[in-house]
Write a protein of this length. Structure first.
Length: 224
């Protein structure tokens, strides 16, 4: 995560930003996606597409279809890119900032992306499980809030699915990776540029049970 300080505009993760609206656009340019996106004051990185987000979108491999979560969507650069790349997937763009959600919905609509659902966290259907999660997480909410947020959403990634997160090393990428590992997840670093780390997070492989010995009672021939 990066972006400058919130200053007088307040925090980008406020539900209702206090900064008066000043709509603008930013250019998102990738090898496969070249679009203008609407932004506004009071949302994360409204001056340009965040460099951490750019790194993530450049390095991210193709994702499976199904339901994909963009956790902390902001004005939607990740959600719109994923929706464009995977037209058969449904991208759940989740944020606490109402202005960010409105921008994501408007950006998706103007790009003709009918597969983006921009919703508040509590509006994601409870039983939904995601084939993948992608996030430039809000490090500046503080470690406790960040961990709570990840503890809420990571378990909703379906078995076999993966979560991708970009975090700058100066903002705690390595300590976040260590925390995830200590919580029983496998973390791989998949690309690092200008201090931005892309983390691939999966459920840690289950320990292989010991092979039954010749006298073992649980083998195929044992009585039930
Ligand atoms: C670093 S910004 C990334 C925004 C956008 N994905 C991008 O790449 O430009 C993180 C986002 O997480 C949102 N956020 C903060 N707390 C959240 C929470 N508890 N649940 C969901 N989103 C949250 C913030 O409002 C912010 O938009």
């Amino acid at each position: 995560m990066s972006s400058g300080p919130p200053g007088a505009a307040g925090h980008y993760f406020q539900a209702e930003p206090s900064a008066p609206s000043r709509p603008a656009t930013v250019h998102l340019h990738l090898p496969d996606v070249d679009v203008e996106l609407g932004v506004d004051r009071g949302v994360f990185s409204a001056g340009r597409v965040d460099p951490g987000t750019m790194h993530l979108l450049r390095v991210l491999p193709p994702l499976p279809g199904g339901d994909i979560l963009d956790l902390g969507c902001g004005y939607g650069p990740i959600a719109c890119t994923l929706a464009r790349r995977s037209p058969d997937a449904t991208v759940w763009a989740v944020d606490v900032n109402q202005r960010a959600l409105a921008l994501t919905a408007a950006n998706a609509a103007s790009l003709g992306l009918g597969n983006v659902r921009a919703v508040a966290p509590d509006d994601v259907p409870g039983g939904l499980r995601f084939s993948a999660m992608v996030s430039n997480p809000p490090i500046k909410v503080g470690k406790l809030a960040l961990h709570e947020m990840l503890q809420r959403w990571l378990p909703r990634v379906a078995p076999g699915g993966e979560a991708w997160m970009v975090v700058h090393r100066h903002l705690g990428a390595d300590s976040l990776a260590a925390w995830l590992t200590s919580g029983g997840r496998a973390v791989e670093r998949r690309g690092s540029k200008q201090g931005y780390r892309l983390l691939r997070v999966t459920a840690a492989p289950a320990a292989t049970p010991p092979a039954p010995g010749p006298a073992g009672g649980d083998g195929p021939g044992s009585a039930g």
